[in-house]
Design a protein around this ligand. Sequence first.
Ligand code: ADP
Ligand code: MG
Length: 241
Amino acid sequence: MVINVQNLTKSYGKQQVLKGISTTVSKGEVVAIIGPSGSGKSTFLRCLNLLEVPTGGSIMINNEELTAPKADVARIRQHIGMVFQHFHLFPHMTVLENITFAPVNVKRVSLEQARQKAMELLAKVGLADKANVYPSKLSGGQKQRVAIARSLAMEPDIMLFDEPTSALDPEMVKEVLNVIKDLAESGMTMLIVTHEMKFAREAADTIYFLDQGQLIESAPPEQFFTKPGSERAARFLDQVL
Ligand code: ADP
Ligand code: MG
């Protein structure tokens, strides 16, 4: 088990946003997280790398308790990459510098080695020719692919994606989803919040359906999309399919 979440709760003031989520994710498993806006999808994902501090419950990553009082959060977090809806590239750095920055400054990899790895990753996401340009010269889809390469440069065991294609023009969605699909097929453990139902159905091993802070369903895509196990999921699918 790469991830083991038990009774995870999160409140903002009096509002309980996550109401006791328990689940496990295996090595290489690809999870697509779907559900209505405001159901707690982002909060759940952000708790997994402590961008949000849980109110209660526990999170184990690679058998280390992230939520333990003495946990080495910075080190555990290095195993987890995250890609957001908005790409958050460093605007004053070239594509190559964006990708080599963390390996060199956080992991203390040599610049030469970091560059070599960055070029491999850029080739993988189809952007080898963009190494020396600045982010402002890239399309949204290209920026997001750089953001993915930058995250992979830290060699994470787990990748978290929060609506990675929601800010993109329609014609750029596919190039990003294809990169994520390749990554899924390469055996990366991933959790992806997405509204792309076709992608979720094709690429995920497991669908999580969240509603009002609860994990209502966790099921293989075929099962979830053909016979959802709850009225709420059925209603949601009616609205989005
Ligand atoms: P989703 O990603 O499914 O749309 P979120 O996890 O972003 O849902 O939000 C779940 C709920 O928590 C929403 O009601 C949202 O308004 C609230 N929320 C999220 N982040 C914060 C925050 N930093 N402070 C207060 N409330 C928040
Ligand atoms: Mg969200």
